[in-house]
Design a protein around this ligand. Structure first.
Ligand code: ATP
Ligand code: MG
Length: 891
């Protein structure tokens, strides 16, 4: 084969290997996890949580307790490491093989060994493999040493902090499947470091020994610990296997490159960053190239999967990653939006494996560009603020670390930039103080995320102490007057907020809906005498204090001011999508059965998304039936009403509640005032819900389902549109069909027949060219027995050789088969224009012939690289004649 395996080839080999061991190959699930407890998919096993707990292992109707996937994962916890360590990505592809109560440790570890070391698969050098195991796991030790033959001094034992998954699960949680694990490391050699494996036991950090693959043995169901803290590990009903190998890391090893930024996926992105910025990829600034390249890849993927930058939840993470990339692009001197230009390269490198990237290219580019523009504006606000600070200081003074931090946190202003600008004023920056403020904020944020709180102001909830819950009037009114009761920026209460700055504003009354129950927070404007601002997002604290993210456009906002708050027109679209979501849920239950349970949802102005439990893809008929049901409700123009009531009454009335959700004593019930008929059932809609709705179903307008996909095992995701958005989408599709039809000289109705006809023609034409190529090969071979071939004795074998002009790839291989079959030679060596094939008979192989070794020498002489199996090998060369010329000396 030519050169080392590409990332795509490694991915494919892995999946094929485990298919050959009886696994069912499934496509990657979305990075946007349906599970409300995790924002993103962080490991290959995550979509199979239910199967690990004993749910039936049936996937789209196929039962199999062995599954293999390449799963795209987003690891937020590793974001700060990206660009600094050379082994962490925020987006990673995890190659995994899973057993749901089927095989266990022995198969898992021996197959891992076979895949890594067998020349048929990755063929890595056994002497360079090392492993860690859980300190009490004698079974793993035995399999590694006795079955796989790994020397005992290649094995280290660690505690639950390292060799348990999730780490420290017995003591710290989370609840759910967990177990000991065994990690496989690859020794990248002394050029990466002088440390030894024994030293790794102490250092646990190495550029030389790279962790490539974790084999986890989930055999326990972790439960809440006893009151005295004793861990509770219940045996799972059966034992599982969960493994994960980082594709980026294994590609780095196989391609023997310094880090994954030099592999075949990242190198072109890094090169483009260097080209756009005019900054070479070298020295300390190379961190910026890396951050940009890595982050644009992850952001492209999560946006393609349906996340958009915002100030809360998943959107907040997307914004954070993207802004980090923007900052580094800025450091490289890029002053105009430019990251969006990299999206096309990401799609080029990964679009084959993840078609959703290709489908959403335009959307991703537009989203990234808009965010870049807004970021660059914010940065300008920061430059103004910094200018003000600096002009009030003396030369030789020091800017406080906290000021530098506020610039960073509020305006996304990199400290390096602050330093650079301050220097022009002869002012230095207290970097230690900055680092301290940053660390405080990070600790707070971490503490916040660990306990599931939102990341408000870097976690500083104290800034909100003493505020009463906001009066929310936005179910009925989209405009209201309120008083500014607090302004908070970068964790501090502020008295006033000048034009150009952004902070969180608390009002006494508000019409703005705060993100919750799947519905996005409202956007809009606030206005006061002499000023105005944009509301970019709205959230609320668990205590009911509404937080508006506001950018002041003109005038100055002050505590105590009375403002007029006006919700943007997008709210109509949000309400349409919310009521439509309720109807969708009822319709799905009517059409698919009562097994449909809501697993997650998103209600936004531009679309709705609904995740629900269901084991199979929706058929075209089912989708049509669901749409028809919803449109019956719409045409009936029923009233939609809401009412607060005790939870017991709501349940007695049959309102749909979210399974597993904790509700208070009083709940809000949203009811559609009429029902529709479907296949003899009367279908109605009544749900516990705090969201904003239309007042009549007729307001929803058109309704269309865009897609149905699988986001976790047994969980489907439907995306749909209502109202204008639906009509515009349908119009778009009709136009696209009309354009395609025009290209093919037919009408949209005639498209199918025309395409089928073209496919038949294409197949016939392909058959014809294949026949012509075969004839061409045969003519050059000089008939059946390969009369044109030269045969000589070399190293004890009869070797037939021939050059075939214009023949490549499959045809070259087929010609080699034929020649080997008919010429009576032990080995054949065939050259095309740019390729070589060597084959040997079985008998010759037993006598020591090796096609792979021979081709390696020939390819080297022909300016290429190659290797392969003893009976068959292929290589690409630049000079086929030179390769053939080396034959006599190659034995
Ligand atoms: P590390 O200690 O190096 O951060 P980990 O222990 O977090 O790795 P696991 O959670 O066990 O890794 O994930 C399984 C595999 O996924 C790892 O062996 C590695 O190959 C890969 N992997 C994990 N995190 C990352 C990341 N941030 N970037 C790239 N690959 C990763
Ligand atoms: Mg990690």
């Amino acid at each position: 084969m030519t050169g080392p395996l590409s990332t795509a080839q490694i991915r494919e080999k892995y999946l094929q290997f485990f298919e050959s061991k009886g696994h069912l190959r499934l496509p990657s699930y979305s990075t946007v996890a349906p599970d409300p407890t995790t924002l993103f998919t962080v490991a290959g096993m995550q979509p199979f949580k239910e199967q690990f707990m004993g749910a039936p292992a049936v996937f789209d109707g196929v039962a199999n307790r062995r599954v293999t996937t390449a799963q795209k994962c987003l690891r937020i916890g590793d974001i700060e490491n990206v660009g600094r360590t050379l082994r962490h990505c925020s987006l990673l592809e995890m190659l995994g093989n899973f057993s749901f109560g089927d095989y266990f440790k022995q198969e898992s570890l021996t197959w891992a060994w076979e895949f890594l070391t067998s020349p048929e698969w990755l063929g890595l050098d056994r002497a360079r493999l090392y492993v860690t195991i859980y300190e009490e796991d004698e079974e793993a030790f035995r399999i590694w040493t006795e079955v796989n033959g790994l020397p005992a001094d290649h094995i280290l034992r660690f505690g639950a902090d390292e060799n348990f998954w999730p780490a420290d699960a017995p003591k710290e949680g989370p609840n759910g499947p967990c177990g000991p694990c065994s990690e496989i490391f690859y020794d990248r050699g002394p050029k990466y470091g002088n440390d030894t494996w024994a030293e790794y036991a102490e250092t646990r950090e190495s550029a030389r020994f790279l962790e490539i693959w974790n084999n986890v043995f989930p055999q326990f169901d972790r439960q809440d610990p006893l009151p005295d803290g004793t861990p509770v590990l219940k045996d799972l009903p059966f034992k599982n296997i969960d493994t994960g190998m980082g594709l980026e890391r294994i590609a780095t090893v196989v391609q023997d490159v310094y880090d994954f930024y030099s592999n075949d996926v990242f190198a072109p992105i890094v090169a483009r960053v260097a080209e756009m910025s005019g900054q070479a990829y070298e020295g300390p600034q190379s961190v910026s190239h890396r951050v940009v390249a890595e982050h644009i890849r992850s952001v492209s993927m999560v946006i393609a999967d349906g996340s958009v930058p915002s100030n809360t939840g998943r959107g907040y993470v997307v914004r954070k990653i993207l802004r980090r990339a923007c900052r580094h692009a800025y450091l490289l001197g890029l002053r105009e939006p430019s990251l969006f230009k990299l999206v096309a390269i990401v799609v080029d490198r990964m679009g084959d494996a993840y078609p959703e990237l290709r489908e959403n290219l335009a959307k991703v580019e537009a989203t990234v560009r808009a965010e870049e523009e807004s970021f660059l504006r914010t940065l300008e606000g920061g430059i103004q603020r910094l200018g003000k600070l600096l002009s009030g200081m003396e030369r030789g003074a020091t800017l406080s670390g906290n000021d530098a931090f506020v610039l960073y946190d509020t305006y996304g202003f990199p400290v390096d930039l602050t330093k650079e600008i301050a220097e022009e004023y002869g002012i230095s920056v207290d970097e230690a103080g900055y680092a301290e403020s940053l660390e405080n904020a990070q600790n707070l944020a971490r503490a916040g995320s660990k306990y599931g709180k939102s990341e408000l102001f870097g976690g500083n909830m104290e800034a909100l102490d003493g505020l009463s819950p906001t009066v929310f009037v936005g179910y009925d009114d989209l405009q209201a007057e309120g008083e500014v009761v607090a302004l908070v920026g970068a964790g501090e209460r502020l008295k006033h907020l000048p034009a150009g700055s952004e902070a969180t504003v608390v009002l006494s009354r508000t019409p703005f809906y705060a993100e919750g129950g799947g519905e996005v927070g409202d956007t809009g404007r606030i206005e006061w005498d002499g000023g105005a601002g944009v509301v970019r997002d709205t959230r609320k604290t668990p205590q009911g204090v509404f937080l508006h993210d506001v950018l002041v456009e003109s005038g100055e906002l002050k505590e105590g001011l009375n403002v007029r708050a006006v919700v943007s027109g997008e709210r109509q679209a949000i309400q349409r999508h919310h009521t439509a979501t309720h109807l969708l849920q009822s319709a799905l239950r009517a059409v698919l059965g009562s097994g449909v349970q809501q697993k997650g949802s998103l209600v936004a102005a531009d679309r709705l998304r609904f995740d629900f439990s269901h084991g199979a893809a929706l058929s075209a008929d089912e989708i049509a039936a669901v749409e028809t049901l919803v449109s019956r409700w719409v045409s009936a123009n029923f009233t939609v009403t809401w009412q607060e009531m005790p939870i017991a009454d709501a349940k007695a009335a049959g309102a749909t509640a979210l399974f597993g959700e904790k509700y208070g004593e009083t709940v809000r019930v949203v009811r559609v005032g009429g029902s529709v008929e479907y296949a003899g059932q009367t279908v109605s809609s009544m749900e516990l819900c705090g969201g904003a709705h239309v007042t009549r179903t007729g307001d929803i307008g058109a309704f269309v389902i865009l897609s149905d996909e699988n986001v976790a095992a047994g969980v489907r995701r439907v995306e749909a549109l209502a109202g204008e958005q639906a009509t515009a989408w349908v119009r778009d599709r009709l136009n696209a069909a009309a354009r395609a039809a025009a290209l093919l000289n037919t009408s949209p109705d005639g498209l199918e027949a025309r395409v089928t006809g073209l496919q038949t023609q294409l197949k016939a034409a392909e058959k014809e060219t294949a026949a012509v190529r075969r004839q061409l090969a045969e003519a050059q071979m000089g008939g059946g027995a390969g009369g044109a071939a030269q045969t000589r004795e070399l190293g004890g074998f009869r070797v037939a050789t021939l050059k075939l002009a214009g023949i490549e790839g499959n045809d070259l291989r087929a010609a080699a088969d034929k020649l080997l079959d008919q010429s009576g030679a032990d080995m054949v060596v065939l050259a095309g224009d740019k390729g070589l094939v060597v084959k040997a008979t079985r008998d010759a192989v037993t006598r020591g012939a090796h096609a792979g070794q021979l081709i390696g020498k020939l390819a080297a002489a022909g300016g290429g690289k190659g290797g392969g199996r003893p009976d068959m090998a292929q290589a690409g060369v630049t000079d086929a004649d030179a390769a053939l010329g080396a034959l006599d000396t190659a034995f």
